[in-house]
Ligand binder design. Sequence first.
Ligand SMILES: *[C@@H]1O[C@H](CO)[C@@H](O)[C@H](O)[C@H]1NC(C)=O
Ligand SMILES: *[C@@H]1O[C@H](CO)[C@@H](O)[C@H](O)[C@H]1NC(C)=O
Ligand SMILES: *[C@@H]1O[C@H](CO)[C@@H](O)[C@H](O)[C@H]1NC(C)=O
Ligand SMILES: *[C@@H]1O[C@H](CO)[C@@H](O)[C@H](O)[C@H]1NC(C)=O
Length: 495
Amino acid sequence: MAKAISFIVVFSFLLIPASTLVESNQEGYISGVISNKGLDFAKNLLIEKAISSMVPLQLSDIEKSVKIPVIGKVLLGLSNIIIHSVDVASSLVETGDSGISLVASDATANMNMDWRYSYKTWLVPIAISDHGTATVQVQGMVIWLNAAIINQEGTLKLLLLDCGCHVKDISIKVNGGASWLYQGIIDAFQGKIVSAIEDAITKNIKEGIKKLDSKLQSLPKQMQVNGVVALNVTFVEDPLLSNSSVELKVNGLFNGADGSSVSNYYVKGSQSFLSCTDSAKMVEISLHQNVFKSAALVYFNANYMHWTVDKIPDQSLMNTDGWRYIIPELYQQYPDDDINFSIAVTSPPIIRVSDHDIGTTIYADLVIEVLNSGETVPVTCISLVISASCSAEIYGNNLAGSIRLVNFTENLKWSNIGNLQMHLVQAAMSTILETFFMPYLNSHLSTGFPLPLPHGFTLQNADIVRLDSKVKVLSDLSFTDRYESYNLNQLPIYW
Ligand SMILES: *[C@@H]1O[C@H](CO)[C@@H](O)[C@H](O)[C@H]1NC(C)=O
Ligand SMILES: *[C@@H]1O[C@H](CO)[C@@H](O)[C@H](O)[C@H]1NC(C)=O
Ligand SMILES: *[C@@H]1O[C@H](CO)[C@@H](O)[C@H](O)[C@H]1NC(C)=O
Ligand SMILES: *[C@@H]1O[C@H](CO)[C@@H](O)[C@H](O)[C@H]1NC(C)=O
């Protein structure tokens, strides 16, 4: 069972991130392109895993009776025929319109078997029998498979078009018994052994593909990130196979963890993401800016974008005394009272990815609340339009980021403490944004969210490129059987 799973895990690498429009209104906002280099890596891993899940492979017993002149009818049986190891000298993966083909050639295998032998002859009135073991060297084996991958209702379906195994040559060395006598007879069974090997390996591939297919069908369509958001990893198109890459697309938008959809909000994504088929890296994962927008929208809709602040590094601003010269009337009405700020984002943040940065515009209201004899008194509200610039980085398998304030504008929305000198308030707002708001956002952005990668794979030497509405992660991959999971439930929320 464990063997079957590892086989599945590897192959699913080829197929995970995904996808011919099933419905023309479906868009993929996260796409993954697996380059030649990535396909090679996957192929080697797949072959390694397929072999280790296949061997030891026991073949069915073989029995045969042969008529031999003078001696008469001889009954020969081969049992415990076991392939112990398989080595593949060269292999090739090719992709094209018709699917993926994988060929392992120049493969060798080592086998052991038991033989027994009996006959009756008129020369000697009793049955003669003998037995022993034999080792078999299999040479020049070619194993191939062709498969197509299609999108079936949002999951990938793997269709095995053709597969097979061809053995060029075997050599049998008989041990035990009067082996010298029987070598020739056992050699006569070469043809049967060869077809037993070919049948067993072909059957093994078919079963492996069937298991892999059912595993693919059972991949979840939502990837839970935390209690608030889930990433929609429903495949949206058929995988796009060129002669040098495989491209997979998933919906890629964040939903509420409760399954609430936010998709209607989006303008269409662009049609083709294929750009780096000759990439020096194994994979290219593109995230459209709508991915980030959707995350922000979910947090906004789930009411996560407001905060009450009673502590900032400059504590003097947390008492009306500190506002004595900024808003004199505040101090006059509420001398020496503590203050809380209530900050609320008022519309879903706008996020734009351009060549030089990831820019965001956040509309927020900041209310100054005076804590006056046990009562909270909102005294004034300042509307802020905050421009910030984000940079993206990779943290483990997560896409994380950091944010920096670019500028902001402020407007008095209402006031119970007379008119405010906005140019005086500016510096205080700047302090609050720089010392509380940006650090707060950064503490969440620094963990980021997990990129949809199959279990066991880790990004290696990832580079990030921003390109006209997309963030692209170009990376190599490493694979470890011991899956080091980031506990998704423990990730802080994105915002
Ligand atoms: C892949 O296809 C492109 C265009 O269809 C062609 O120019 C290129 O030579 C092909 N590469 C290989 C390796 O077949
Ligand atoms: C997930 O994406 C698929 C494909 O785009 C879409 O049909 C489905 O409605 C989405 N699910 C949610 C919960 O938005
Ligand atoms: C001030 O803010 C803190 C932190 O959010 C909160 O615990 C406290 O209740 C607030 N005080 C009042 C009077 O609103
Ligand atoms: C703030 O920065 C943004 C982004 O760089 C720019 O478009 C905008 O004009 C700036 N606003 C002000 C008031 O400087």
